[in-house]
Design a binder for this molecule. Structure first.
Ligand SMILES: CC(C)(COP(=O)(O)OP(=O)(O)OC[C@H]1O[C@@H](n2cnc3c(N)ncnc32)[C@H](O)[C@@H]1OP(=O)(O)O)[C@@H](O)C(=O)NCCC(=O)NCCS
Length: 161
């Protein structure tokens, strides 16, 4: 699985995240995120009824997303793809599928926060039509103190993977 063509041949599946997926999810999160969620964050999110999703590629979990519904808006709390598979279109595919699922659940928009220093994620979100609607001061812990969050939003309309 070294390029997009080879990856495209693998079956991609979006599936609900369950407790049994947490080892794989945590391994991806720990490898991918600068300030990773702990197992309890994922377990509590599932217990709270948030929508956890895993991306399976050829059966193996290679990405995940966690979405909280707030009234009629989906709040993307976390998303990651296994680092070895970055820049192969999987994050885009995953987020499009998660947006589709939120739309099908009757939600009208999606909101997210992202670090300004996370250029890859910001680029992905912009590419998928998210626009900045505000900033939260000192929202994130950072190596040298705190980092602001960019708040981004987009309407949920028909999308194509
Ligand atoms: C953000 C993340 C999920 C993207 O996953 P991915 O599978 O690498 O993304 P894709 O390959 O689908 O990228 C789609 C587009 O997003 C943009 N993009 C993604 N990563 C990028 C990077 N590192 N630099 C610049 N642009 C990037 C590009 O426009 C890319 O299209 P292109 O490859 O045709 O140029 C992944 O980098 C990740 O897991 N990061 C760590 C966790 C994280 O930061 N999550 C977001 C928290 S807010």
């Amino acid at each position: 699985m070294t390029d997009r063509a080879a990856l495209a041949a693998e079956t991609r599946l979006l599936a609900p995240m369950g407790e049994a997926d947490l080892d794989a999810v945590l391994a991806i999160e720990t490898a991918a995120a600068a300030f990773p969620w702990l197992r309890g964050h994922f377990a509590d999110s599932l217990k709270a009824g948030y929508s956890g999703w895993v991306l399976r590629l050829g059966g193996e979990i290679v990405g995940f997303a966690m979405v909280m519904a707030a009234v009629d808006e989906a709040h993307l709390l976390n998303i990651a793809v296994a680092p070895a598979l970055h820049r192969r279109g999987l994050g885009r595919w995953l987020l499009i599928k998660v947006m589709d699922a939120a739309r099908q659940a009757g939600l009208f928009s999606m909101l997210l926060e992202v670090r300004p220093s996370n250029l890859g994620a910001v680029a992905l979100y912009q590419d998928l039509g998210f626009v900045e609607i505000g900033r939260r001061k000192g929202y994130y812990p950072a190596a040298d103190g705190r980092e602001d969050a960019i708040v981004m939003q987009r309407a949920l309309v028909e999308t194509q993977a």
